[in-house]
Design a protein around this ligand. Sequence first.
Ligand SMILES: C[S@@+](CC[C@H](N)C(=O)[O-])C[C@H]1O[C@@H](n2cnc3c(N)ncnc32)[C@H](O)[C@@H]1O
Length: 167
Amino acid sequence: MSDARGGRRRRAAARAYRVRPIGFVRSPFKNPEDFPPPAFAPPRFLDRVKGEVVVFDDFTPGLESLDGFSHLIIIFAFHRSSGFKLRTVPPGQSRPRGIFATRSPHRPNPLGLSVVRLIAREGPVLKVSGLDMIDGTPVLDIKPYTRRDRKSRSTSGWQAKRARPAR
Ligand SMILES: C[S@@+](CC[C@H](N)C(=O)[O-])C[C@H]1O[C@@H](n2cnc3c(N)ncnc32)[C@H](O)[C@@H]1O
């Protein structure tokens, strides 16, 4: 069986990856549908959404030395998402795209990744802006956003030429 079809490597990977929440999100948005569709949101809407990432006590020593990083990468579970399609029509679009070419919350592994701005840290609580997660979202990991994450020559595939609906 080829590597891509699975077999031994797939079984080994399935055993290796177990995740548990290290905290949760406090967000002004209570439900996934409370966010405006991207095409209708005012410019930089999400940048202004403030909230908190609350880290459980047993993981707070891991927050040491985060101060001084302007942005954080938050990896989280889309805990209110169920099911997925490998091809999906993104909001405001008419053409289906492969799920891995989208940021849809309906994915084979419902994992999300957001870059947020770190405003302040108060013990186990990270005050942040730029949230696109709902209240209670389980946080699986936090990483500092570093110079190496900036890609000056990135391109945006189908998103670069996506049609904006008439306002
Ligand atoms: C398009 S996704 C992008 C999330 C992240 N930036 C990413 O790229 O993985 C953001 C949308 O997911 C939905 N959402 C946010 N938190 C969720 C959760 N915990 N469970 C299910 N859906 C959620 C909201 O509708 C939000 O507008």
